[in-house]
Design a protein around this ligand. Structure first.
Ligand code: SF4
Length: 154
């Protein structure tokens, strides 16, 4: 067991023992997938997607979440280059007028450039799965395919 795994296991044991909640802040979705009940994905200071681990990792609706998941190493893609989200995060003092992810988003439309997306619940089968996107939905053929929660946990 690695030192990281030992520490995470100790913290989880403490959480169970004390019956308390814990917020993990991490860029490592594979670690979060094994620890958390719910995931909130943030971009440029805003939550852009929020739901259970399975909702967010198995059915990501926001292009940024899909890009993050697509950039995870996977045993299924051994030998291929890791995918990346093109472009840079915006400067927080010089935010785009509309969606902050628009300059990097393969799905951006004219609306995205001018109007900030508000919270919505696009999946009737998962009413607590929340997304901030004008065009939420499953990855398109031009976007990185999403890994499943079980792959992310591996
Ligand atoms: S609101 Fe538009 S630019 Fe922003 S993530 Fe959704 S599709 Fe992309």
């Amino acid at each position: 067991m690695t030192l990281q795994a030992q520490i995470l296991s100790e913290v989880q044991a403490l959480v169970r023992e004390r019956g308390t909640a814990l917020i993990w802040i991490s860029h490592d979705l594979s670690v979060v997938a094994g620890l958390a009940d719910r995931i909130a994905v943030m971009y440029a200071g805003r939550i852009v997607e929020h739901g259970t681990v399975d909702q967010v990792l198995d059915h990501p609706q926001h292009p940024y979440t899909q890009g993050l998941i697509g950039s995870l190493p996977s045993a299924n893609r051994r030998g291929t280059r890791l995918r990346q989200i093109s472009g840079m995060a915006p400067r927080l003092l010089d935010m785009p007028a509309g969606c902050a992810f628009a300059p990097r988003c393969p799905r951006a439309s004219a609306t995205c450039l001018t109007a900030r997306p508000e919270s919505s619940h696009p999946r009737p089968d998962a009413p607590d799965h929340e997304v901030r996107c004008h065009h939420p939905g499953a990855p398109t053929p031009t976007q990185p395919e999403a890994h499943t929660a079980s792959e992310a946990r591996a």
